[in-house]
Design a protein around this ligand. Structure first.
Ligand SMILES: [Zn+2]
Ligand SMILES: [Zn+2]
Length: 364
């Protein structure tokens, strides 16, 4: 299934401000909210779709990646972020709170897992063609023994006796009642009577995971790709963080890059420059036969349209720009020298010839 454009989903254009994004999502969420459309699968899909778009566009980092590379920049297993609508309410609880004015159950929300960074260096050609790279990440993963809950079993999680599960305790001070976070359970409302033996109650353990990263063709150094939910596990089953892969591209011996343009320099002789010629220029995709026009000057360029880096957003690739460097011969035979003198005579050049370069140093 082809994923819809996130801006389209929310009916926005690309320059939308944070405020406009929030407003658009709010409208969609109200319209397709499952409570208002019970049993309507289509509405539920639209609701999820809008939430997914909002999750990306409301996050500066994710939006930047999406703007640059579209869906291929935001990798992950489909949209594993939201399993169902409950997950959406949990993630955007702050928003739904001010949408509907409803209070949440008290207590502290379990903390989402940390985002991780991975620095990945790729070859120049991999940036040009795209690639699939295998990486290994060591991170806090959910403890399988306890399913991330940190307790030995379900009976080992008990309601906090001090706050009776509310996560808050109230004190009376004169006419006022003041609520504070329960110090015994730190707002969780529950406590673990018998911790899991594998993770000692943390809910997660260090794990090394192999991941495959799809590098879109056209990436450049400084680009970040996001692997959704591949960051660290959250507290007690809260949502996972994301993994950001920072790309750096190695230099190439022959090619360099300027934006989406591929640059190279080829040496030609003064004869080739004067009379024109056909030469073969190696390209990343294969050789190019090019014609050097008569009378080309050193430093002039020949542009092969569309032979540069692909550009994911505009679909218009960059160009291959070949800079010509005319090489002056440094070693001439007697015959060649005579021919050059003759050439100068015929074009009426005064000679004022320099002495032949001695092999001695400058002061020699
Ligand atoms: Zn408590
Ligand atoms: Zn455990």
């Amino acid at each position: 299934m082809i994923k819809k454009d996130y801006y389209q989903v929310l009916g926005l254009d690309r320059s939308a401000t944070d405020g406009e994004i929030k407003k658009a999502y709010r409208q969609m969420a109200l319209k397709f909210h499952p409570d208002r459309n019970p049993g309507d699968k289509q509405a539920e899909e639209r609701f999820k779709e809008a939430s997914e778009a909002y999750e990306v566009l409301s996050d500066r980092e994710k939006r930047e990646i999406y703007d640059q590379f579209g869906h291929s920049g935001l990798q992950g297993t489909g949209f594993a972020g939201f399993q169902g609508v409950d997950d959406i309410f949990e993630t955007f609880s702050d928003i739904f709170e001010d949408f509907f004015g409803g209070g949440r159950r008290g207590g502290r929300r379990a903390q989402r897992g940390r985002d991780l960074r991975y620095d990945l260096q790729i070859e120049f050609a991999e940036a040009f063609f795209g690639a699939e790279k295998q990486i290994q990440v060591t991170k806090n993963g959910i403890c399988e023994n306890c399913g991330g809950r940190g307790a030995k079993d379900s009976t080992a999680i008990r309601t906090c006796p001090r706050c009776h599960g509310r996560g808050q305790i109230s004190h009376s001070q004169g006419f006022f009642t003041i609520s504070t976070t329960c110090p015994q359970c730190r707002g969780n409302g529950t406590f673990i009577a018998e911790p899991c033996s594998e993770c000692q109650g943390a809910g997660f353990v260090k794990k090394t995971k192999k991941l495959s990263v799809k590098i879109p063709a056209g990436v450049d150094s400084g680009v970040r790709l996001m692997l959704q939910n591949e960051g660290e596990a959250g507290e007690r089953g809260a949502s996972k963080g994301d993994l950001f892969v920072f790309i750096s591209v190695k230099n190439h011996d022959f090619f360099s890059r300027d934006g989406d343009n591929l640059l190279c320099e080829i040496p030609i002789s003064i004869v080739q420059a004067s009379l024109g010629c056909h030469i073969t220029v190696p390209g990343l995709k294969g050789d190019h036969e090019i014609e050097i026009p008569r009378g080309i000057q050193s430093g002039e360029t020949i542009v092969l349209k569309g032979e540069g880096f692909p550009h994911l957003r505009s679909r218009r690739p960059g160009d291959l720009i070949i800079r010509v460097k005319v090489q002056t011969p440094t070693q001439l035979t007697k015959e060649q020298e005579d021919l050059l003198r003759k050439f100068a005579e015929t074009s009426g050049e005064g000679m004022g010839e320099a002495k032949k370069k001695k092999k001695k140093g400058f002061f020699g």
